[in-house]
Design a protein around this ligand. Structure first.
Ligand code: PRP
Length: 190
């Protein structure tokens, strides 16, 4: 089976940070725990587009219980790489969350602003519970306190791409997570 690996974009990548095997081990571990915690609760998995799509696909397939999935498109960043602190809804859920047990599935928690806002918004809409699985966290960038129940991996504050994470909409289909060479984005960092 073919897939895009680091060797296919070698010139743009500095080094691999999290292998495909490690990513799937983290997801399977969290999904096993969530399968116990949510048994009989018919959880709704909520993913924030677009970065969390790969994580949601793998996580939902690793669950051993029934679940539903839904998506939201949020904007928390301006055009650059620095968070503006404001969250707006580009595309809303199609599910009524009242009384639902929600598990937000995220690729990365950076400042925490997107998730902090989303947790409050889902509670405001009447969700019975709201918890979070985050594949990656960048503790050095955290600005807002967010309670991540299912923790993945803490990573350093480097520009990472792959497994859903992009730079300028590219590299999302890389099968592992890798550090981008600064030369790739330096021209846009003014
Ligand atoms: C990323 C990521 C989270 C958010 C985290 O999405 O998927 O949703 O940023 O940042 P925060 O913790 O500082 O709020 P991004 O805005 O890059 O959009 P994308 O998922 O479409 O790439």
């Amino acid at each position: 089976m073919g897939c895009m690996r680091i060797a296919d974009v070698q010139d743009d990548i500095d080094h691999e940070l999290v292998s495909a095997e490690k990513i799937h081990a983290i997801i399977e571990h969290a999904a096993a725990q969530a399968s116990e915690d949510y048994r009989g609760k018919d959880p709704l998995l909520v993913a924030v587009l677009k970065g969390a799509v790969n994580t949601l696909a793998s996580f939902s397939q690793a669950l051993s219980i029934p679940c539903q999935i839904d998506f939201m498109s949020l904007s928390s960043y301006g055009s650059g790489t620095v968070s503006s602190g404001t969250v707006t809804i580009r595309q809303d859920l199609s599910t009524d969350v009242r009384g639902r047990h929600i598990l937000i599935v995220e690729d990365i928690v950076d400042s925490g602003r997107t998730l902090a806002w989303l947790v409050e918004e889902l509670k405001r809409r009447g969700a019975a519970s709201v918890e979070i699985f985050a594949l990656l966290e960048k503790p050095a960038r955290r600005e807002v306190d967010v309670d991540v129940k299912y923790k993945g991996l803490e990573i350093p504050d480097e520009f990472v791409v792959g497994f859903g994470l992009d730079y300028d909409e590219r590299y999302r289909n890389l099968d592992s997570i890798a550090v981008l060479k600064p030369a790739v984005y330096q021209g846009e960092q003014a």
